[in-house]
Design a protein around this ligand. Structure first.
Ligand code: IPM
Ligand code: MG
Length: 371
């Protein structure tokens, strides 16, 4: 009997459907090759959810996620659509942030890898790229300014308004994400850079204290603290100094986009959002770190690699299918090495590069799995 896994595939908006199609293609190839049985059920989310069922996260979609072993998520949010819909009901908050909170997905892992083959796509000079960039951004995902209360815009007497977002972290929230960071560093190059703003924010002071204390349990991991502004600068000056970057929610959002640009494109950056492991199972939502890219949606231009690599992370973290997960990574690497490039990672200076569309890239990666 092959091992069975239930996957909810929520493609969402913009480029979501076309990159999801390629990820499913690759999963089907993996399924055959590695003797798995994947039950993949699609459901609407985002504006697609609003159009289908009047809600960014329709009840049936949420139910499907609850019944699934993992969620493969595309992207949601179209800034130009219907400005009359209240912000609480818009896809970013009502679908994405809601899913993160609903399933307690406090740990967001974003692996940023610039391979030699993609050196041309990196905006940094070759000498700053060293032997390649390999960073894991560990981002706290259910706390901080995204969720802290009060969160409001209020009218001021005498005109004008006041906006409030509250940055809130508890010891326990910092501890659990710190453990995720240190455990990940242990499996890598054993260095953890903790990002904060302890010189200005009380949150930074607590963050630094707690991470330092948790770090004592991991004497084999080198711990370093860095202010976020310096971290942003160091990323472009000397990205090779980083192994694991541990960040609170907002800093991780910002620095992971910056780091992704170093890896050639946001279209290369997958992510895993994980909750507490219960028994043997780790439920997770797997999604590209990039957005819906409405300007290129439906044109077969989007890079499907972030979505495909996210499916690979799902095989790894939620299903523990290491061989299958490695096969996805290898197939992506092989396809890149063969010179296939979507527009975002294409460089005319690279003699080997050949520009392809979304579906051709997916076909090639699926074929590399089967080979
Ligand atoms: C991300 C995205 C989201 C975030 C948006 C779409 C709400 O930028 O996953 O990084 O800010 O977390
Ligand atoms: Mg972001």
């Amino acid at each position: 009997m092959s091992k069975q896994y239930k996957i909810a595939a929520l493609a969402g908006d913009g480029i979501g459907p076309e990159v999801m199609r390629e990820a499913v293609k690759v999963l089907r190839a993996v399924e055959k090759k590695h003797g798995l049985s994947l039950e993949i059920t699609e459901a609407p989310v985002g504006w697609a959810g609003i159009d289908a069922a009047g809600k960014a996260l329709p009840d049936a979609t949420l139910e499907l996620c609850r019944r699934s072993d993992a969620v493969l998520f595309g992207s949601v949010g179209l800034p130009d659509r219907d400005p009359t819909i209240p912000k609480e009901e818009r896809p970013e908050r009502a679908a994405l942030l809601r899913l993160r909170k609903e399933f307690g997905l406090f740990a967001n892992l974003r692996p940023v890898v610039l391979s030699k083959a993609l050196a041309h796509a990196c905006p940094l000079q070759p000498e700053r790229q060293g032997d390649g960039i390999d960073i894991l951004v560990v981002r706290e995902l259910t706390g901080g300014m995204y969720f802290g209360r009060p969160k409001t815009i209020e009218d001021l007497e005498g005109g004008g308004k006041r906006a409030i977002d509250s940055m809130v972290y508890t010891t326990a929230e910092i501890e659990r994400i710190a453990h995720v960071g240190f455990r990940a560093a242990r499996l890598r190059r054993k260095k953890l850079t903790s990002i904060d703003k302890a010189n200005v924010l009380e949150n930074g002071v607590l963050w630094r204290d707690v991470v330092t204390r948790v770090g004592k349990e991991y004497p084999d991991v080198q711990l370093e603290h860095m202010f976020v502004d310096n971290g942003a600068m160091q990323l472009v000056l000397k990205p090779t100094q980083f192994d694991v970057m541990l960040c609170e929610n907002m800093f991780g959002d910002i620095l992971s986009d910056e780091a992704a640009a170093l890896a050639g494109s946001l279209g290369m950056l997958p992510s895993a959002s994980l909750g507490q492991t219960t028994g043997e199972k780790t439920f997770g939502v797997y999604e590209p770190a990039g957005g819906t890219a409405p300007d290129i949606a439906g044109k077969n231009l989007a890079n499907p690699i972030a979505q495909i690599a996210s499916a690979g992370l799902m095989l790894q973290y939620s299903f523990g299918e290491t061989a299958a997960a490695t096969a996805v990574q290898d197939a992506i690497a092989k396809t890149i090495a063969a010179g296939l490039r979507t527009g975002d990672i294409f460089s005319s200076q690279d003699a080997k590069a050949r520009k392809v569309g979304t579906s051709e890239m997916g076909d090639a990666i699926a074929a590399a799995i089967g080979a």
